[in-house]
Design a binder for this molecule. Structure first.
Ligand SMILES: *Cc1c(COP(=O)(O)O)cnc(C)c1O
Length: 459
């Protein structure tokens, strides 16, 4: 048997490897620097293995090529991967919320591959406004006089408060000091907007006079926030928007509302109720409403501000607007998504998130039955798969507390814990499937999964 020293001596040099045909091919694909770096790493590993007495096998020299190809491919693989959402939360912030409709995808393709009239007005043959491509669509759907778009709803709240109340006081009910997942805390945004937070009322009850009595010479805004991800139930009282709007007008200040999801059309016919409509807020006299583009609206990540022209103009003049503006891909996708709203009847078939929200339990069960058969075959005898009733949710703070009847696959194994099965589906198949573990059991909820094969990465 070769001694450690013999083996070390037999290791090829980087230069020797670089002269191989396969190395030349890799250089052409990935460039010389990455290849040299990878060769060095692979040889170093081999050297430490030899020194550590690890059995490197008789054909370790031939394995170098394979090792180099694997290492280089791994380092070049995209860290962004498709993940099948079997969590039962339709708008999952960690998974990128809304799936875009076909029209939006097409619009992104056009805008990405071409120059577009982003800030050029073709009709008038001169400089145009970026937000003009969506402003009319938004005002038509909300009844607002004007609208603008920024990076997300957090940015929209920041811009609105900073533009309307910097250095001044913002009055908020104690019951609405929300924290939304992903570190959006209303008090922090108010501070970062350069405003001073004035709390009124109590957690469960706030009266009109609480707001009125809080007004000083320094007050600039009454802020209403949609308590997106929780419900205060029982002995509660919040002030109506129209009362608050009247009080704001009397005090000569602005009423701003952070609506969170921001529903554009009434979806009660599709079983979606309890989420406030943007146009109701505008009709009640709110001066500025902010909401997300990628929650119930079903578009790209964006923050939309709709309201009175006087106030929207102020926001547009802020340097922050320039810093928070959206790019051409977002605007193109948003325009295409908003256009779908002209025909509410086709929304649930064309907007993926609404399709999943309004999907019938029978349809989900049929896919679950199919998936059970497929997974039983792929996973083999060590696993058992059962179709069970489940509850899904909309997510992202939309329709808190509303559960959607759904079906899930409960997968168990005598050889593997639930968390091990969770990892297996996430990492070991031909694509990533994210399920959930609950009470030591592993579930794949199928409400947001189109087909049986969609949850079988082992086929
Ligand atoms: C979701 C939400 C936000 C944050 O919106 P993003 O678009 O994620 O920035 C802010 N306020 C409320 C009430 C929300 O529901």
């Amino acid at each position: 048997m070769a001694s450690v020293n013999d083996k070390l001596r037999a290791l090829p040099s980087i230069d020797e490897l670089l002269r191989k045909d396969w190395a030349a091919a890799l250089t052409e694909m990935y460039g010389p620097d990455l290849l040299k770096e990878t060769l060095r790493v692979v040889i170093d590993n081999l050297r430490s293995n030899i020194l550590d007495g690890v059995d490197t096998g008789p054909d370790y020299y031939d394995s170098i090529q394979n090792e180099v190809v694997l290492t280089i491919e791994k380092s070049m693989a995209s860290t962004i991967k498709k993940v099948v959402n079997a969590t039962g939360t339709i708008l999952h912030t960690n998974l990128g919320r809304s799936l875009l409709c076909d029209d939006a995808l097409e619009a992104i393709n056009v805008a990405g591959a071409n120059n577009i009239n982003l800030e050029y007005d073709i009709e008038r043959e001169g400089r145009g406004l970026r937000d003009s491509h969506v402003e009319k669509l938004i005002t038509k759907l909300t009844g607002a006089e004007a609208a603008l778009v920024v990076n997300n709803n957090a940015a929209a709240v920041l811009l609105a408060l900073n533009s309307l109340a910097e250095g001044k006081e913002v009055v908020v009910s104690r019951g609405e000091q929300v924290e939304i997942g992903g570190s959006f805390r209303l008090p922090d945004i108010i501070n970062k907007s350069g405003c001073k937070l004035v709390e009124v009322g109590t957690t469960n009850r706030t009266h009109l006079k609480d707001y009125e009595e809080a007004v000083t010479d320094d007050t600039a805004v009454f802020l209403k926030a949609h308590t997106s991800n929780y419900h205060v139930v029982g002995f509660t009282k919040e002030v109506s928007l129209s009362d608050l709007s009247g009080a704001a007008r009397k005090a000569g200040i602005a009423l701003v509302e952070d609506l969170g999801s921001g529903l554009l059309v009434d979806l009660t016919p599709f079983g979606i109720k309890g989420e406030p409509l943007v146009k109701d807020s505008i009709a009640a006299g709110v001066d500025v409403v902010t909401f997300s583009g990628d929650k119930l609206l079903g578009g790209p990540q964006a923050g939309i501000v709709a309201g009175k022209k006087y106030f929207i103009d102020k926001l547009n003049k802020s340097p922050l607007k320039r810093a928070l503006r959206v790019d051409k891909l977002t605007l193109s996708a948003l325009e295409a998504t908003l256009k779908l709203y002209s025909n509410p009847d086709t929304l649930t078939s064309k907007l993926p998130s609404l399709k999943y929200i309004s999907r019938s339990p029978e349809d989900i069960k049929a896919v679950a039955d199919d998936a059970k058969t497929g997974l039983e075959k792929s996973l083999g005898d060590d696993f058992s798969v059962a179709v069970v009733e489940s509850f899904a949710q909309v997510g992202s703070g939309s329709l808190p507390g509303q559960e959607l009847k759904s079906y899930a696959l409960e997968i168990s194994s005598s050889k593997m814990s639930a968390s091990k099965i969770f990892s297996k589906f996430l990492k070991e198949g031909s694509f990533c499937v994210l399920g959930r573990v609950h009470d030591d059991k592993f579930y794949l909820d199928l409400r947001a999964v189109d087909s049986a094969d969609g949850v079988n990465p082992f086929k």
